[in-house]
Design a protein around this ligand. Structure first.
Ligand SMILES: [Fe+2]
Length: 256
């Protein structure tokens, strides 16, 4: 892991990290390939060829089934935490909450039905700024096959960066002001990205001839403030220090 990993994340709002092996991505891919075979009779070895096996009308049904399978008994979020807990402890400390259900993104070439215009999760939904997103590419992601973002370093202060919202809202589809400053993530397995979802980010129509498959899941320090997405409902405890565990046991005892 990069030594200044958390410095980069906190200054740019996003950092990539190359994992030591393909264990995580291979397990996730194997699960997806298995469901495609068993539920849809689609035999595929390279996920970025997926669009050749599916019609646009079938896509949502497949996406739903895959997400259900990945999230059954928190399979994907438990696996992701088990493989990344060393990295996450550096960033968040030992007390960590993770989103119960991971998000699955499938962007087939030319598909405009699942676009996310530029947004910031803290502005545009009830997410806490203490959350970070783990973004896991299952295929090689680049250009419009990937996600775009605007690093915090685009502005000299976080205050000015967040104030961009006023102008961005005038044309979310194609914001003139930052047109030349947004960057598409260039990333492939076994690398992952971690980012503050306060950054401006989104996707465009995939103009490559390959399908993007990626997963995203949110994590945060267990004891930081929550907004709409609550512990027990949206998040679950992934890791807890011995002292915090002891303290919570004491608290239960004295409140009985
Ligand atoms: Fe987002």
């Amino acid at each position: 892991m990069n030594n200044n990993f958390d410095d980069v994340l906190s200054s740019r709002g996003i950092v990539t990290c190359k994992l030591d092996n393909f264990d995580l991505v291979n397990s996730l891919k194997a699960k997806i390939i298995d469901v495609l075979q068993n539920s849809f009779k689609i035999s595929i070895s390279e996920l970025d060829e997926f669009h050749k096996f599916i019609t646009p009308t079938e896509l949502n049904n497949v996406r739903l089934k895959l997400a259900l399978s990945l999230n059954e008994k928190s399979y994907a979020s438990d696996l992701i935490y088990s493989k990344l807990n060393n990295i996450l402890r550096v960033l968040l400390g030992p007390d960590i909450a993770i989103q119960k259900n991971v998000g699955l993104s499938i962007q087939t070439p030319g598909d405009s039905s699942s676009l996310l215009h530029i947004h910031s999760d803290v502005y545009d939904s009830d997410c806490s700024p203490y959350e970070i997103v783990i973004w896991i590419p299952l295929v090689n992601c680049y250009s419009t096959k990937s996600m775009f973002y605007l690093p915090f370093t685009h502005c000299e202060s976080i205050g000015k960066y967040l104030k961009l919202s006023e102008n961005l809202r005038k044309n979310l589809e194609d914001p003139e002001e930052i047109k030349n400053s947004i960057e598409f993530m260039d990333i492939k397995p076994p690398s992952i990205a971690l980012f503050s979802h306060s950054i401006w980010h989104g996707n465009k129509v995939n103009e490559t001839n390959e399908t993007r498959f990626s997963l995203n899941v949110r994590v945060k320090n267990l004891f930081t403030p929550y907004r709409g997405k609550k512990l027990g409902d949206f998040f679950k405890i992934a890791g807890i220090s011995k002292l915090s565990k002891l303290a919570s046991n004491i608290e239960v005892e004295i409140n009985e």
